[in-house]
Design a protein around this ligand. Structure first.
Ligand SMILES: [Zn+2]
Length: 387
């Protein structure tokens, strides 16, 4: 889920001191995560044994999470991670960027769309100016949460639509600045249905009743997807990453149509393997091969300050265990890299069903895991690229 479910750091120590302490702690203390990397534990996509580079293009970091994050990245084989929760100038963007600098070139920070700005007229130009300022500070992209279309209102108290023309300057500016836009619109269809025992996401909605849009004064699911499409169509020079499998894991055919229609559109896999993994594996294998240049690997991992203060695509009622974390990454890799049948999904609470692996060719995996992110995201990889 795009909202960062990880509680904010309670510490109010200066950010740089915090970074220093974090890095020192990492050097001195043995981390629980610093064990052998977990690979897919079944038949590989082919016989090459060289590890593939992995970049997580969709994560939510808390300021102060660096020791825990670096331990996770090393254990699960990530070279780089994109922090979509960077906040905005005037917010905590500066601290997120300081954390990225302290990582040694392993974190890229996006500005997060400041939805509350829309309560004051003139917000389009104002947010566009904030984006330019964020870019000057070192942010490399823009994250738009699902609050656009579902939660944020203007000065009249009216929901602002995803394709509201008053926001055109923001998305044009992103294109001019070379900042990709990761955009979350709507949510799984089940969240629009009654949150009762017949709902396939009943367990998740019980823990997070606020995620239900049933009977709420919000647009229909289809209307939101249409708004998203009009937004992407209007800005051909802006790169959009429609997160969560194009925000439509239930309808790969619709996502395929949009990818064929809009060359500026990409998608990520964040928190939706349990959803798109339910489609026939042959169909999904074909999808990932046809759109091998358009899909970014993303997890929706949320990382807090305390050990195991993690969001694994969603979050349940019970505390996260090491076994949960291993399952989250291992089952993701198994889905893409093997033809294993009837696997448990990476994220327990999203549903009780199983999924079948799609056994992608190694060349496709290389693009999915890292190549496509390298191509479209101006990654922040260290002092040489520092602005
Ligand atoms: Zn997210």
């Amino acid at each position: 889920m795009a909202r960062s479910a990880v509680p904010r750091a309670r510490l109010v120590v200066g950010a740089s001191l915090l970074m220093l302490l974090g890095v020192l702690a990492l050097l001195i203390l043995p981390s629980r995560y610093q064990q052998a990397p977990v690979a897919a534990d079944s038949s590989r996509a082919d016989d090459s044994s060289a590890p593939l580079e992995r970049i997580d293009a969709h994560a939510h970091l808390s300021v102060g999470c660096l020791p825990q994050l670096l331990g996770l990245m090393n254990r699960y084989g990530f070279s780089h991670i994109v922090d979509l929760s960077g906040s905005a100038p005037g917010g905590r963007l500066k601290q997120h960027l300081a954390q990225a600098r302290a990582s040694g070139g392993r974190i890229t920070v996006y500005m997060t769309f400041p939805g509350h700005e829309m309560q004051t007229p003139g917000f389009g130009d104002r947010i566009a100016a904030m984006l330019a300022e964020a870019h000057d500070m070192g942010a490399r992209g823009l994250k738009v949460p699902k609050g656009l279309g579902l939660g944020w209102v203007d000065d009249q108290g009216k929901l602002v639509a995803v394709d509201d023309s008053r926001l055109d300057p923001v998305f044009d500016a992103a294109g001019r600045l070379g900042m990709p836009v990761s955009i979350h619109t709507a949510d799984p269809k089940a969240f629009w249905l009654p949150p009762d025992k017949n709902n396939e996401r009943y367990a998740e909605l019980t823990v997070h009743p606020g995620w239900s849009f049933y009977d709420q004064p919000v647009p229909s699911w289809n209307e939101l997807l249409d708004q998203l499409e009009r937004r992407i169509a209007r800005h051909p020079h802006t790169i959009f990453v429609a997160v969560h499998f194009g925000n439509d894991a239930e309808e790969p055919d619709r996502v395929a149509r949009m990818l064929r229609t809009y060359p500026n559109m990409y998608i990520d896999t964040a928190a939706r393997i349990p959803e798109f993994g339910r489609h026939p594996p042959d169909q999904m294998r074909q999808f990932f091969i046809e759109f091998q240049d358009r899909i970014l690997y993303g997890t929706d991992l949320g990382v807090g300050v305390e050990p195991y203060d993690l969001m694994l695509g969603s979050s349940g009622a019970d505390p996260v265990t090491q076994a949960d974390v291993d399952r989250f990454f291992r089952q993701s890799y198994r889905y893409f890299e093997t033809a294993d049948k009837n696997m448990e999904t990476p994220t327990p609470i999203q549903g009780a069903w199983t999924i079948n692996g799609i056994n992608l060719p190694r060349s496709v995996l290389a693009k999915l895991y890292a190549g496509n992110a390298r191509r479209i995201i101006p990654l922040d990889e260290g002092p040489a690229n520092d602005r």
